[in-house]
Design a protein around this ligand. Structure first.
Ligand SMILES: Cc1cc2nc3c(=O)[nH]c(=O)nc-3n(C[C@H](O)[C@H](O)[C@H](O)COP(=O)(O)OP(=O)(O)OC[C@H]3O[C@@H](n4cnc5c(N)ncnc54)[C@H](O)[C@@H]3O)c2cc1C
Length: 506
């Protein structure tokens, strides 16, 4: 049995909040801790299933970000002729996560995401929010990215806003700027509710007859937890979550104090090659010494992890292109794609690849106009090396070798497909700086397939559930981009399911 308090300083149980400090008691069925993607889905599902529901949120409003929602076999997919075969997707998921996940939970997500997404599509339709399918997945042979990504007008923000608005209209009470602080339990270990603190410092006791749902997000705002649980994420060059400071692992710490099992560590992180430049595509990548180090034909997480492993103290690279790069990008886009390669709003079946190159070029031109070191351009490779600040000798040798392999039609050094090996010969030459940007470090409380938090004896803790980034079991080793947007997708599916489970409908 692990003693988390001994293992981690941040896991030390706080002193119980004394009864005399409690200024008010609120009785309800369900308390949702955290008004993000998963918490708002749970709140609405609870309300729809007749539960008297309270949402506690640390911040002054809800949290939302991004665009993609992954799910299998939704009605929108079927209407577009897409049928997802779950079994091979599960297999691929297990491969990417090295089986350090809960296979039953993975399967449950993929199977029940049909219901979760249909629920969301119906809701969106009733609010006049349009939905579409994404077609920008990686299309090459090297790893799987399946069609199942949905997007909505107004992005994640419109969806979270819609779910919370409907929940409130159905009677849900929301307490903003009122973080959950401590779970309350009875003598049998059942979670009976939670104590929160409002912005005036008053403690409020919430008694939850059916249960408490932890949906407090990730740990990216807690440096100590990050160091212990997701150290690779600390090598990110930037953080894409502007509200990461809110995500301090509160739900995980409260759950551990109630006897929960911590999930598989280290937590995987979503860390996309999006610092400085949002587009990296398949072009030649060199490190700060001007040396090539990888087969660039890979997913965005792979790119990031490779440079982090190579040079953890300087985990950034230059993408180098010649004057024909836009043409090369457009002409080869049907062979590649994915996040930071194709663009995020490519509709399913669209092939206007020139548009991706044009969008990427806009970013580069803006960076060139602004000066600085995000993008540099020169008429000669020697000048470019100087502007990049890499040793000329190394850089020129790298280009000479790359051009030799391109002419040969076989990448003996890294095995990149010949279609992506155009020689760099035509000025102007452009280099764009890129590095890993952290989205989330995902993991936390171990749950069973009913989303109940479990103990180290694998027994459920009655009355305690976890969903979203603060739960474990779905991700390990690396975030599986094989169904882009599955992070939101599982927030919706499990949020939808947890309300039904707590209400006894499932
Ligand atoms: C820039 C960016 C873009 C992204 N784009 C996508 C995308 O397109 N598709 C995709 O699938 N994923 C995307 N993601 C990931 C996705 O946003 C997250 O996985 C998802 O939001 C997780 O939802 P959640 O409910 O677990 O946590 P969150 O949405 O982060 O919500 C957690 C909430 O809990 C609150 N909270 C914290 N502690 C407490 C407490 N003690 N009491 C009460 N409340 C508390 C926080 O303030 C926050 O509001 C993106 C992430 C980033 C950063």
């Amino acid at each position: 049995m692990k003693n988390y308090e001994e293992m981690y300083r941040w896991a030390k149980r706080p002193e119980p909040i004394p009864d005399e400090l409690i200024t008010r008691t609120v009785d309800c069925d369900a308390v949702i801790c955290g008004a993000g993607m998963s918490g708002c889905a749970a709140a609405l599902s609870c309300v729809q299933n007749g539960l008297k529901t309270v949402v506690l949120e640390k911040w002054k409003t809800y949290s939302a970000r991004g665009y993609h929602f992954g799910a299998a076999n939704s009605r929108l997919l079927k209407e577009n002729g897409v049928v997802n075969d779950i079994d091979p997707i599960v297999k691929e998921w297990l491969k990417v996560t090295a089986s350090r996940v809960n296979e039953e939970l993975v399967r449950k997500f993929l199977i029940r995401s049909e219901d979760g997404m249909n629920w969301l599509l119906d809701l969106a339709e009733s609010h006049g929010i349009g939905a579409g399918l994404y077609g920008g997945q990686y299309r090459g042979p090297y790893y799987e990215e399946i069609i199942g990504t949905h997007y909505f007008d107004g992005g994640a923000d419109a969806i979270v806003n819609m779910m919370l608005t409907d929940a409130v209209a159905g009677g849900c009470e929301v307490f903003f700027e009122t973080p959950a602080k401590q779970l309350t339990t009875d003598e049998d270990g059942r979670v009976t509710g939670v104590i929160a603190q409002d912005k005036d410092g008053n403690y409020i006791r919430f008694r939850a007859a059916k249960g408490v749902v932890m949906s407090t997000g990730d740990i990216s705002g807690n440096p100590e937890m990050m160091k212990d649980l997701s150290p690779a994420a600390l090598s990110a060059n930037s953080c894409l979550n502007e509200h990461a400071w809110l995500e301090t692992g509160d739900g995980i710490r409260m759950g551990l104090a109630a006897g929960a099992q911590l999930g598989e560590t280290p937590f995987p992180c979503t860390i996309h090659m999006m610092a400085w430049s949002m587009f990296t595509m398949h072009f030649l990548s060199v490190d700060r010494k001007g040396v090539r180090y990888m087969n660039e034909d890979t997913w965005t997480q792979g790119r990031t992890m490779t440079i982090i492993r190579r040079d953890p103290k300087h985990p950034w690279a230059w993408i180098v292109m010649d004057g024909d790069w836009m043409k090369q990008a457009a002409e080869t886009m049907h062979l590649g794609g994915g996040i930071a390669w194709d663009f995020v709003f490519r509709p399913l079946n669209s092939t206007n690849y020139d548009l991706t190159a044009a969008i990427a070029n806009n970013g580069i031109q803006d960076a060139l106009e602004q000066g600085g070191d995000v993008a540099v351009q020169a008429e000669t490779l020697e000048e470019l090396a100087d502007l990049m600040g890499v040793p000329r000798e190394n850089f020129l040798a790298t280009i000479a070798r790359y051009n030799e392999l391109a002419e040969k039609g076989h990448d003996d050094d890294f095995g990149k497909r010949p279609e992506f090996m155009a020689p760099l010969v035509k000025p102007p030459f452009t280099a764009v700086k890129c590095g890993g940007s952290l989205l989330n470090a995902i993991g936390g409380l171990e749950v069973n397939t009913d989303l109940q938090v479990i103990t180290q004896e694998r027994e459920p803790i009655p009355g305690l559930y976890a969903i979203g980034n603060c739960m474990s079991g779905l991700y390990a080793i690396d975030y599986p981009l094989l169904l882009p947007g599955n992070s939101h997708g599982r927030c919706i599916t499990f949020g939808y399911l947890v309300g039904r489970i707590m209400a006894g409908v499932e």
